[in-house]
Design a protein around this ligand. Structure first.
Ligand code: SAM
Length: 283
């Protein structure tokens, strides 16, 4: 949907991606749409006001976030019949771990024009930095914060033959990496931090080395974890795994034995721990 930059926008919904750090990443087309929108639906008006200031414009804004979306959505849908409504999030692409999908769904159902102004997305930016396979990838968003729910969510994707992408916060990074190593095996991974900002970095290693690195040193800033797909090596025979577990358990406590065999075989530590407990109980 291309319109000359100074023409009034066609009524409808404009999904506008905004920078994930470096404000220069706002595209000229995104700036042009924001400057001409009748109304901008925003997560936080202070964040968007800063962006608008950067492009030298002021536009009416209305909050659209998880807590009010159900109440304000019908009004926005009504207005789209005659006005150009832009949707932005605080950073990156709206709808990606951010509100918006129901707005798009309802706008379509109402027959309104819906278009996107694509741009930055932390998940894709991190994938391009990680040096891990990009042919198939699976975006998990944020893992649950509670330990059991997190382990279950990881177990659900353990068999997915794709690179995994997750959003995470600094304080939870070490625990999340350890849980990923437990549930997926010790795969290659990357921690991409502060992408497009002054302290951008991308640290690579296996999940267990990264978990160790961040265990007692939670980093500041915004973070994406990228985990490589499961290895292509044939799975070790069940008898070999049992023998390795029995050998390790003769020297180590069960949890440590499971960890040692996980590192040696690339099998999920969680699975190995369960099997070690069975063996210990005579199974
Ligand atoms: N919609 C956004 C997008 O397109 O990437 C993501 C929104 S989500 C609520 C915010 C999370 O994205 C952060 O907690 C962090 O995991 C990730 N993120 C956002 N900006 C980032 C950056 N500059 N560097 C690394 N991760 C970032």
């Amino acid at each position: 949907m291309q319109q000359p930059p100074d023409e009034a926008l066609t009524p409808g919904l404009y999904i506008v991606a905004t920078p994930i750090g470096n404000l220069s990443d706002l595209s000229p087309r995104a700036a042009s749409v924001l400057a001409r929108a009748d109304l901008i639906a925003v997560e936080d008006s202070r964040v968007t006001a800063k962006l608008l200031q950067r492009i030298g414009t002021k536009r009416p804004m209305t909050p659209y976030h998880d807590h009010n979306a159900d109440q304000v959505r019908p009004g926005l849908i009504d207005r789209m019949g005659s006005e150009a409504i832009a949707l932005v999030s605080d950073a990156g692409t709206p709808l990606i771990s951010d509100p918006g999908f129901k707005l798009v769904r309802d706008a379509r159902a109402a027959g309104h024009m819906v278009t996107t102004i694509p741009g930055p997305c932390a998940a894709i930016a991190a994938l391009t930095l990680a040096g891990l396979p990009t042919d198939r990838f699976f975006f998990l968003g944020f893992l649950p914060s509670k330990e059991k729910a997190r382990a279950d969510a990881i177990a659900e994707v353990a068999g997915v033959r794709a690179t995994l992408i997750l959003y995470e916060s600094g304080p939870r990074l070490g625990a999340a990496l350890a849980a990923l190593a437990d549930g997926l095996g010790d795969r290659e991974a990357a921690v991409a931090r502060e992408i497009s900002k002054a302290f951008e970095e991308c640290v690579t290693g296996t999940l267990s080395t990264l978990a160790d690195r961040y265990a007692d040193a939670p980093p500041k800033g915004e973070i994406v974890i990228v985990v490589g797909p499961p290895g292509e090596a044939p799975a070790p025979e069940a008898g070999d795994v049992d023998a390795a577990l029995i050998d390790a358990m003769a020297r180590l406590p069960v949890a440590k034995a499971a960890g040692e065999v996980a590192r040696a075989t690339g099998l999920p530590r969680r699975e190995l721990y369960a099997r070690a407990m069975e063996l210990k109980d005579g199974g």
